[in-house]
Design a protein around this ligand. Structure first.
Ligand SMILES: Nc1ncnc2c1ncn2[C@@H]1O[C@H](COP(=O)(O)OP(=O)(O)OP(=O)(O)O)[C@@H](O)[C@H]1O
Ligand SMILES: [Mg+2]
Length: 220
């Protein structure tokens, strides 16, 4: 699912990532961990083609991202869902419309959209908020909208950046259960977190430990 070889990224003179190499098999559950500033978010954004690498090789879901032209990014984004640390949901439209957006742009029928969005909102405890504008939601609810939007496309690869950062313990564990269910159905998961407890709760989890933009440790 992923093949990274000497992947590097810089912000000006700062090396956010340096010589990152690893392969990840389809169906894996990978945690990316490490201290603040280690490069976790940068790695996830590179995997989603939201940043362009400064060096090295990066192949995601069969696409060579150094060669994939911008007008073909939609092909990648149909297969890869992302939940960003700062959500990036649209505040002025409803929960339903936010979550439906990726389906609308991929030409699904109205009926398919209704079914799929309602199902995912139900599983994330957002059904009663379906028609509420996102600006009126709590931080944890907004985070769940972002998660719903990433999951609604049934991605082959799901990238999530501190997805439980704004959630209480009960919701965090519920969410982890959903990630595990997706994983059991074949979705590859890459989850960036500081939360040791989440990591402990996934059997056979793969762990990538970053520090100062480099791989400090990995167990796969
Ligand atoms: N937009 C930016 N401009 C300049 N430097 C940046 C920018 N974004 C990140 N950096 C730098 O790149 C490095 C890696 O940042 P990144 O956000 O990937 O870390 P992180 O592991 O996700 O941290 P956190 O756990 O706090 O979310 C840090 O040194 C950070 O200061
Ligand atoms: Mg981060």
């Amino acid at each position: 699912m992923l093949k990274l070889n000497k992947l590097s990224y810089t912000f000006g003179r700062i090396w956010a990532l340096k010589n990152i190499s690893f392969d990840l098999e389809k169906g894996s559950f990978l945690f990316v961990t490490g201290p603040s500033g280690a490069g976790k978010t940068t790695l996830l954004k590179l995997l989603h083609a939201d940043l362009f690498p400064k060096g090295g090789e990066i192949i995601v879901a069969g696409y060579d991202l150094r060669k994939l032209p911008r007008y073909k990014h939609y092909l990648l984004k149909r297969k890869v869902g992302i939940v960003l640390q700062d959500f990036k949901i649209l505040k002025n439209i409803t929960v339903f419309d936010n979550v439906a957006l990726p389906l609308v742009v991929s030409n699904k029928t109205k009926l398919q959209i209704q079914k799929r969005v309602r199902a995912i909102l139900r599983s994330l405890g957002l059904y009663s908020k379906m028609f509420v504008p996102c600006a009126e939601l709590s931080g944890g609810e907004q985070q769940r909208v972002a998660i719903a939007r990433a999951m609604v496309i049934n991605p082959k690869l799901l990238l999530a950046d501190e997805p439980t950062g704004n959630l209480d313990k009960k919701l965090s564990l519920h969410l982890l259960k959903l990630f595990k269910q997706f994983n059991a159905h074949g979705t590859t998961i890459v989850l960036a977190t500081h939360n040791e407890e989440l990591i402990k709760r996934v059997n056979n989890a793969k762990i990538l430990y970053l520090e100062n933009g480099q791989i400090k440790d990995k167990n796969f």
